[in-house]
Write a protein that binds this ligand. Structure first.
Ligand code: UDP
Length: 239
């Protein structure tokens, strides 16, 4: 039996796009698939924290272009991430995976507040912890929150699941047909070359604190489980 201290603990970042299956709202088939993939790794003994995005509902920057005050639009965006967190919790619980949601904006009837030490305790007990409402602060992104939560809850690695791209490329593969997938890259290189697959702030936080990040695509079946188990898919980003 593994001891508590020897278990692999990871932070999985799921962008909102994933939950909508390419459209606005929630796709139950996608949710069931992600939940079963998380379950497989959870049963293998991996401690799993999840940060969910909200782009399948609202992005603050897009709303502000349509006349909303930016900060208020960002709060709307954060509330979207809470809907994704609850949806993921529901599908995980349906599959028998004990799950807690913690939000950065207090909403006691819906979820626990973000309390890092309590989150760590949940992880040690084998529960999946889903963090919603981002950092609770406008002008931030959930990528940056993923890095911050990983650091504060002492995760070994940040796993960034992407839709439509399977890792870090030398250029944007959707625009440049010559772009090549990198198996490994340093944070410095990614920042210097402006590789924008993950926010620069998230890269910086992980670089400064020596936490590796793996960026991988959701497109291949089973990739979430593979990444959670530590298999070498996508791109490893290191200090
Ligand atoms: N957001 C925010 N502060 C945070 C995290 C998120 O203001 O700490 C808002 C922001 O408006 C963002 C939206 O929530 O556009 C959804 O998050 P994000 O765009 O990171 O989601 P993803 O692109 O991963 O789906």
């Amino acid at each position: 039996m593994t001891t508590e201290t020897s278990r692999r603990r990871v932070l999985l970042k799921l962008s909102g796009e994933v939950f909508g299956g390419g459209t606005i709202g929630l796709d139950p088939d996608v949710l069931a698939d992600i939940a079963s993939q998380i379950k497989a790794a959870n049963q293998a003994g991996v401690e799993i924290a999840v940060v969910v995005g909200g782009g399948n509902f609202f992005r603050g920057a897009e709303l502000s272009q349509r006349g909303f005050d930016r900060a208020r639009a960002d709060y709307v965006g954060m509330l979207g991430t809470v809907m994704n967190a609850l949806a993921l919790q529901d599908f995980l619980e349906q599959q028998g995976v004990s799950t807690r949601v913690q939000t950065a904006i207090a909403m006691g009837q819906v979820a626990e507040s973000y309390i890092p030490l309590r989150a760590i305790r949940h992880l040690e007990k084998g529960r999946v912890v889903v963090f919603g409402a981002g950092a609770g602060m406008p002008f931030f992104s959930t990528d940056t929150v993923a890095a911050q939560r990983a650091l504060e809850t002492k995760c070994d690695e940040v796993l960034v699941a992407k839709n439509g791209v399977d890792g870090v490329y030398t250029a944007d593969p959707r625009k440049d047909p010559e772009a090549k997938l990198l198996k490994q890259v340093t944070y410095q290189e990614a920042l210097a070359q402006g590789l924008k697959v993950v926010d620069a702030a998230a890269f910086s936080l992980c670089m400064d604190n020596n936490v590796n990040m793996r960026v991988f695509g959701m497109n291949d079946p089973g990739n979430v489980t593979s990444a959670l188990l530590g298999e070498e898919i996508g791109t490893l980003v290191t200090s």
